[in-house]
Design a protein around this ligand. Structure first.
Ligand SMILES: [Zn+2]
Ligand SMILES: [Zn+2]
Length: 262
């Protein structure tokens, strides 16, 4: 089975406007037999989107349209050799677990796939979308007091996301585990961070969580590697952690990108 478990849609305010059909047609052309649409879920009410352009995710109104559109797509492609799932990429926001749980309690039943991801981190009372761009990342690093502290805070937050208990509505998969490395060519590191990432894998194993094997970093010039980094993927394989390839495509042509290489 060729599965792409992490795909965005025209409902993403920071993605392309390529149609859902275009995503599916690209997937079919590449021989993909299973695709999860995982649009960024609405942020909790009252949480201010930290992205400078305020376009991190869908509004709640758009969310309903999104679910309906993917369900209609499932009907449309019922006889095609592809399984289409409707899901979300859900933000883990430290301190907002209750609101996140409430989203899951309300909407979890209609979702067939969920990725739990960290994009937002608070430092000194300021929230930052750490993967927004290099400038925001630089601000994040400087507020943290250096790149090592920035890695530490990132992995601590991912650890909280792995430990977060959403009960019956637990998202089954952790998104782009090493997103902190998105701009790594301009933020080289000389300290040991690998151990912390290994510990996260162990924790994921005990929590029965799967890993998003995300190819987006390969398309980012300052990154050039997958999330997680290759040595972590090998470790996850040895530990028998379920691994789900995800293109993290924000345009139709990126569906399945690097699938064969990975
Ligand atoms: Zn996105
Ligand atoms: Zn993401």
């Amino acid at each position: 089975m060729k599965r792409d478990g992490h795909v965005h849609t025209p409902f993403c305010p920071h993605g392309s406007k390529d149609s859902l059909e275009a995503y599916v047609e690209n997937a079919l052309q590449k021989g993909i037999t299973s695709i999860s649409f995982t649009e960024h879920a609405p942020l909790p009410e009252g949480f201010r989107d930290p992205a400078p352009t305020k376009d991190s995710s869908m509004s709640l109104d758009t969310y309903y349209e999104y679910i309906e559109a993917v369900q209609a797509l499932q009907d449309q492609y019922r006889d095609a050799p592809i399984d289409i799932r409707v899901g979300v990429e859900l933000d883990y926001i430290s301190g907002w677990e209750q609101q996140t749980l409430s989203f899951l309690q309300t909407h979890g039943k209609s979702l067939q796939d969920i990725i739990l991801s960290v994009h937002f981190i608070e430092v000194e009372g300021k929230w930052l979308c750490i993967d927004y761009d290099e400038e925001v990342f630089r601000t994040y690093v400087s507020l943290c007091g250096g790149i090592e502290a920035a890695y530490d805070r990132y992995f601590q937050t991912v650890e909280k996301s792995v430990r977060a208990d959403f009960g019956d509505h637990q998202p089954p998969r952790i998104g782009h585990l090493t997103l902190i490395r998105k701009f790594k060519k301009n933020f080289p590191v000389s300290f040991e961070w690998e151990e912390k990432a290994f510990e996260l894998l162990h924790l994921m194993k005990t929590r029965n969580l799967a890993l998003d094997y995300n190819s987006a970093g390969l398309r980012k010039p300052l990154c050039g590697e997958t999330y997680p980094s290759p040595f972590l993927l090998q470790a996850a394989q040895k530990m028998r952690i379920p691994i789900v390839y995800g293109s993290d495509a924000h345009c139709a042509k990126d569906v399945g990108s690097f699938f064969d290489k990975l």
